[in-house]
Ligand binder design. Structure first.
Ligand code: NAD
Length: 358
């Protein structure tokens, strides 16, 4: 009997698990390429094409297993669909994951191989810069396929982090208006977790508007730069949650908001750039119970995607800038409906996005 059960159990492979996950996320397509010459191991997860070609960054990071990489690509592609829908972009969500090898002997050949993979999908997937890849990498990819954005063609405009930071700053302004009734960030204390690309640019925008900053990063050099340039107070990574701030801004990793860290929070607003900030969706309810106003990440951090799409679709950057500014109104609408409907802000935002995806 026990053997019978374990034999049945063994029949469930990792692929079965991934199919179950795909069903749960309402996928979609998952494409895989292995190139024995360049050692490219690439996954492209295309979540949804109903609103248009799926757009999403190409990240190159180390993974413990191929399963973990596929799962990450799926989870991130799902988030991109929501992000694009919330910003009313004519795009579906996708993500490419390159399982980083120990060394890449010939980066150009490696990226060409990935570009050919993207090209083979005929435009259903448009690639862009993400963790572990650069705008210069996108230039190389553009030599082989036109289904790419965020190249250096438009200079700094192609750098998504700057626009993501602006969208997060607009979301902080909306939260401050909603929670405190204030139109200005002067004297507002923001605790920023992460002084990387977005964290640095966000600090720059907030400092210019008179906000007070406390920041942390495991990279002491990145942190020191913010101390010197923006008068930020540096703190240890684990102390950032209990900082006596108005706003907590997660701009480093995903899943940093869990039961323990939410109980440590002194801030009454949470607005940041990190993808998938909540360890579990019920943490949105926990924040609501504790009177903490949470700006859903896929609404607040859409600025980079808006510009990436603009560079691919129309090159109208005034329109893109306006769309990033409008994140303020979208977030305000989510906050108001959350109160009116007595639901978490996450519930409200997901509901709006799902309606648009159907
Ligand atoms: P980044 O890698 O440039 O910066 C992340 C920073 O977080 C790094 O400086 C890193 O040292 C720091 N960090 C890592 N672990 C930490 C910890 N435990 N405590 C404190 N700091 C820690 O990344 P980024 O481009 O600035 O993006 C930040 C977050 O926003 C990521 O989650 C990313 O997925 C998300 N995001 C970025 C963009 C964009 O346009 N760059 C768009 C949407 C979402």
């Amino acid at each position: 009997m026990i053997q019978e059960v374990s034999r049945k159990h063994k029949q469930h492979t990792a692929l079965d698990g991934l199919f179950r996950y795909a069903e749960f996320l309402n996928f979609g397509q998952i494409h895989i390429k292995f190139d024995p010459v360049t050692h490219l191991k690439a996954i492209i997860a295309v979540h949804n094409l109903k609103r248009g070609p799926a757009i999403g960054g190409c990240r190159m990071v180390h993974y413990g297993s191929a399963d973990a990489a596929i799962e990450d690509a799926m989870r991130l592609a799902y988030g991109m669909s929501f992000k694009a829908a919330m910003s009313n972009l004519p795009h579906g969500g996708a993500k490419a994951v390159l399982i980083a090898p120990k060394i890449i002997k010939d980066r150009k050949a490696y990226l060409y191989s990935f570009a050919d993979f993207v090209d083979s999908l005929g435009g259903s997937y448009v690639t862009a810069v993400d963790s572990g890849t650069s705008m210069q990498d996108m230039d190389i990819i553009a030599e082989r396929t036109s289904f790419v954005t965020t190249t250096t063609k438009f200079g700094d405009l192609g750098n998504p982090s700057l626009h993501t930071a602006t969208g997060v700053r607009r979301s902080i302004e909306a939260a401050v208006k909603f929670k405190l009734g204030r139109d200005s960030l002067e004297g507002i204390h923001v605790a920023i977790q992460g002084a990387g690309h977005v964290g640095f640019s966000l600090a720059n925008e907030l400092h210019a508007r008179g906000a007070k900053l406390t920041m942390t990063d495991v990279n002491t050099m990145a942190l020191q730069r913010c101390v010197e340039e923006f008068n930020a107070i540096a703190c240890e990574p684990e102390m950032i949650y209990s900082t006596n701030a108005d706003v907590f801004s997660p701009c480093a990793l995903g899943a940093t908001l869990n039961t323990k860290t939410i109980h440590q929070l002194k801030a009454s607003m949470v607005v940041g750039s990190a993808n998938n900030q909540l360890a579990h969706r019920h943490h949105a309810d926990l924040m609501q119970e504790r009177g903490i106003l949470y700006a859903p990440d896929f609404v607040a951090n859409a600025g980079g995607l808006i510009y990436a799409a603009a560079m691919y679709d129309h090159n109208d950057f005034d329109k893109a800038q306006q769309q990033v500014f409008n994140i303020y109104d979208t977030i305000m609408d989510v906050f108001s409906r959350s109160i009116k409907e007595n639901r978490s802000t996450l519930d409200v935002a997901e509901n709006i996005a799902m309606t648009r995806l159907r």
